[in-house]
Design a protein around this ligand. Sequence first.
Ligand SMILES: *Cc1c(COP(=O)(O)O)cnc(C)c1O
Length: 462
Amino acid sequence: MEQHLPLAEPYRIKVVEPIRMTSREEREMLIRQAGYNPFLLPSEAVYIDLLTDSGTSAMSDRQWAGMMVGDEAYAGSRNFYHLQAVVEELMGFKYVIPTHQGRAAENILFTVMLHEGNVVPNNMHFDTTKAHVLHKHGRPVDLVIDAAYEPGLPLPFKGNMNPAKLEALIAQVGRENIPIVMLTLTCNSGGGQPVSMANIREVREVCRRYGLPLFLDACRFAENAYFIKQREEGYRDKTVREIVKEIFSYADGCTMSAKKDALVNIGGFLALRDQDLYQKCSVWAVLFEGFPTYGGLAGRDMEAMARGLTEVVDEAYLASRIGQVRYLAEQLTAAGIPIVQPPGGHAVYLDAGAFLPHIPRDQFPAWALTVALYLEGGVRAVEIGTVLAGRNPETGAHDYPRLDLVRLAIPRRVYTDRHMDVVARAVINIYSRRDQIRGLCFTYEAPVLRHFTARFKPVDAA
Ligand SMILES: *Cc1c(COP(=O)(O)O)cnc(C)c1O
């Protein structure tokens, strides 16, 4: 019987960046020198870098060509007007403030909207969003559906907010203490899980009833839209652009990290519907970022961003992007490896607790798995587990998270499916002799954000 042609990358490669595979002996030395902390490895010691999908995209020839037509005027750069036109066409927001990255847009928005003691509901706050709410003395509250915390439960929209929880929160703290409701698309902290259109509509309806503005943390809006097309009743025949337009039609504005779904290495923006709010925000944009038509970016950066936003909604691109993440996940699942199901839009998460049940949590099984992955294949992944979670400030004990995970974040358009084969094989090899993997203990631990600088040794080492 004839078979479908395989889905290959919808681009050909015009520029290459050589990467080098090290020997196992070299990697043993390199990771020891790095204190068994992959963050402390030089990038050149890494063969396949899955630390993050943020700012790691490969730009297209059109984006690079756009870098040469940067208009570096202080005010009114033509690239700003291009960016503004693309955002308005795609998302329907008239007002755009470029920022140097996503968190800068959060800083401006929360400076204007948040007052001390305010509560901010979100399906799940991303770290920087949470930190900015706290910085303004607000209280971030996560209202994602309970299923988001069940790694084995393969539901289509595990990023959804529970609207009943939102209503209950409003009743509890009072609508006057909630300046803004947010939805994060896709839900990064929940594993890149999408939010359904029905859920966005439901949340919008609650907001409308109480007169609350709805903002989107829109970093992965195109990936979310593609999942809606694939998984939600009634959207199969709509284009991704139509779906994107509908998503944003329910929102009053968004914060955006262009390092994700704008396919650039740096940049972000705040987009708004309301002129009044825009004017308030631009005052702070000048203070924090720069004049509102460049906001911490060069003209050429805004051009690359405008072009990237156009490319990211291309359905062949999205099929390949989401397909590559799924391709890796399917190989791992077929080999019986415990991962968070279903895989998200930008990453596969290994369930290290289930992978290495013989390593006690205070010997950091997920961290030990990142070290094993580097030793096996020169692959760099990131621990989302006990080391990242830190200590309880009151008791000083480890603040154990619900799960010890390892995130394999896939950069956009950077690696081929063949690289994914290498990653899958490395994980499968480790799994076949997982009982030999040992835990780790600290030799240095910083008081805050310990994962970035910590140093370890294997527990059985002298
Ligand atoms: C990356 C990210 C941010 C912050 O963006 P930066 O560009 O890193 O400042 C905010 N929210 C989510 C969901 C993100 O993934």
